[in-house]
Design a protein around this ligand. Structure first.
Ligand SMILES: *[C@@H]1O[C@H](CO)[C@@H](O)[C@H](O)[C@H]1NC(C)=O
Ligand SMILES: *[C@@H]1O[C@H](CO)[C@@H](O)[C@H](O)[C@H]1NC(C)=O
Ligand SMILES: *[C@@H]1O[C@H](CO)[C@@H](O)[C@H](O)[C@H]1NC(C)=O
Length: 264
């Protein structure tokens, strides 16, 4: 609690050198000064070297603020799973294929090469304001193509099938259409705000031409897809007379989606 106050004793303001006439200490002080100077000089030199090193390093490398996060390498979150699954004596669980819906579905138009279509064109009024409707519109005309991007989920589910499924019960019924399916270049995230006919990624491989008709599920199987990577597909009309307009809602597995099958 409280300590009892003791009397105040001032420290003597004068140092009494005469009481300790030490020639030894004076000798060591005279030795100490050059040693201190040497030490300080060495430290300063080291500092200068380190600052120079940092300056050179900084000048050579791209500063963090100038990096585009989309250009950075992907790091797998499934750390050491590769090592674990190398062991053949491990018993493996069998999982059913998982459904992967596109992270984005956009459109480009050959008649409006500069136009960037809005990614989420319709909004819902919710209690906090407006929220985009999670809709995926598969829209194909003789001039409009649909671009869909997927990010591969999970680990060891790296055998993908691209599925086109338009239910017969959908109100947007039309006769069957021949549709070209392409895989596009660039395994990076698409910038949807600037995606247009002019800026869309180049075509890489044609995966096939499929006859799209309501009530018939079409699949393109055996597409290798590594965990965490991006895959971008383009759908376009194979014939001049063509019109497809089908909207899938939220996470429902209709329209265009991927099925990821187990590979481990
Ligand atoms: C593989 O797994 C078995 C048991 O599941 C274990 O005994 C063995 O040491 C493992 N082998 C390696 C190379 O890690
Ligand atoms: C990939 O999955 C399909 C079925 O979806 C199957 O027919 C095919 O054999 C699988 N390929 C590999 C390499 O596992
Ligand atoms: C597609 O269908 C929706 C209704 O489902 C309609 O509002 C939209 O205008 C159609 N788009 C085109 C380009 O036909």
């Amino acid at each position: 609690m409280f300590q009892k106050r003791t009397g105040y004793k001032p420290i003597s303001q004068t140092t009494d050198d005469s009481s300790n006439p030490d020639t030894d200490s004076r000798h060591s002080r005279s030795l100490l000064t050059p040693l201190l100077i040497a030490c300080i000089s060495l430290c300063s030199l080291l500092d200068v070297i380190f600052v120079l090193y940092l300056a050179i390093h900084w000048a050579r490398s791209t500063p963090a603020w100038a990096l585009n996060p989309d250009d950075l390498a992907f790091r797998s979150t499934y750390i050491n799973f590769d090592r674990l699954y190398k062991n053949d004596s491990l018993t493996r669980n069998v999982y059913p294929p998982l459904v992967n819906i596109p992270v984005g579905v956009g459109h480009v138009s050959s008649t409006e090469p500069q136009r960037a279509f809005p990614l989420w064109p319709s909004y819902d009024l919710v209690h906090d304001g407006y929220a985009p409707k999670v809709e995926r519109n598969l829209l194909l005309t003789s001039s409009i193509r649909t671009i869909a991007q997927f990010r591969i989920r999970d680990y060891g589910m790296e055998n993908c099938s691209l599925v086109l499924d338009i239910p017969a019960s959908s109100p947007q019924v039309y006769p069957s259409q021949d549709v070209e399916v392409w895989e596009l270049h660039g395994g990076r995230k698409i910038n949807w705000k600037s995606l247009s006919w002019k800026t869309m990624p180049r075509r890489k491989t044609q995966l096939g031409t499929i006859s799209l008709s309501p009530g018939v599920v079409r699949q393109i199987t055996g597409l290798p897809c590594s965990s965490g990577s991006y895959h971008t597909f383009e759908l376009s009309c194979a014939t001049v007379e063509c019109h497809v307009n089908f909207t899938s809602m939220a996470a429902e597995a209709t329209g265009l989606y991927l099925l990821q099958s187990q590979t481990i």
